[in-house]
Unconditional design. Structure first.
Length: 262
């Protein structure tokens, strides 16, 4: 299969199919789904950490060589800063929307919820486009690395999409329309992958630094986005299970790397 076709298919898997798979959780009784979702988040945390530290970052350092190791470190730090700023902008926009609604009184509650739904769609589109860029950079390095990266993207997208679907429904969208819009934002992953594929193909020397940026994105999502939520439950039994599932996520990425020859 041509590399460009495989890249776009995997970007679609990470961006679109994950939304469809998330729908399965919505068919499960609400109480059971609420218990299952934190376990998926724990597994996704391990998958992201494994992909960043066992696959993407080693490939970036190997590609840059000893002379480029310092620049890889700078790109990693810079990538963490970029994702921090992106999250801050989203949070700021969200707080501005909520503040404006409070100024107009309770009758604007519906408008605030609608604005939250729009914000989710915009944020998801940007997030998915970045996922597509990361997948393309990985495939341009090697097919096995691309497959491992796709697995990590899909692992964290599924629980993320469940939450987004709930926000859209609460914002007033019908369930079919919320699902359709959730799927549509996944097209941004394909667009991001296509743009990155052709852009990076003309500048292959930038690939190691693109991989370092991808590793930074995965690390930020895991450490700043997912792990704080896991700390809300601190009882010994839940904590032990979280550790096991995080380790399972890391082990899955490591095993996938070995199976694909990474």
């Amino acid at each position: 299969m041509p590399l460009i076709v495989l890249t776009l298919l995997c970007a679609a898997l990470g961006g679109i199919a994950s939304a469809a798979l998330a729908l399965v959780l919505l068919w499960i009784p609400e109480q059971r789904a609420a218990r299952l979702l934190p376990h998926l988040v724990s597994f996704a945390t391990g998958a992201l950490l494994g992909a960043a530290l066992l696959a993407l970052l080693p490939e970036a350092i190997a590609g840059a060589g000893v002379a480029g190791a310092h620049a890889i470190g700078l790109m990693l730090v810079g990538g963490l800063g970029v994702f921090f700023v992106i999250e801050k902008l989203v949070l700021w926009w969200h707080s501005e929307e909520g503040h404006e609604g409070h100024d107009h009184g309770l009758h604007d509650h519906g408008r605030r919820e609608r604005a939250s739904g729009v914000l989710v769609l915009v944020g998801d589109s940007v997030h998915n486009a970045l996922d597509g860029v990361l997948i393309a950079a990985a495939f341009l390095t090697s097919r096995p690395l691309g497959l491992v990266t796709t697995l990590a993207v899909a692992a964290h997208e599924i629980p993320h999409r469940v939450g987004d679907f709930a926000v859209l429904v609460q914002a007033g969208f019908s369930r079919p329309r919320a699902l359709l819009l959730n799927l549509a934002t996944g097209l941004a992953a394909v667009i991001g992958a296509a743009a990155a594929y052709f852009g990076l193909q003309r500048s292959l020397g930038l690939l190691p630094y693109a991989l370092a940026f991808a590793a930074a994105g995965f690390l930020y999502i895991a450490v700043a986005g997912l792990i704080p939520g896991l700390h809300r439950r601190a009882d010994p039994g839940t904590s032990a299970l979280q550790v096991v599932l995080i380790a399972l996520g890391v082990a899955t990425i490591a095993a996938a790397g070995r199976l694909t020859g990474q």
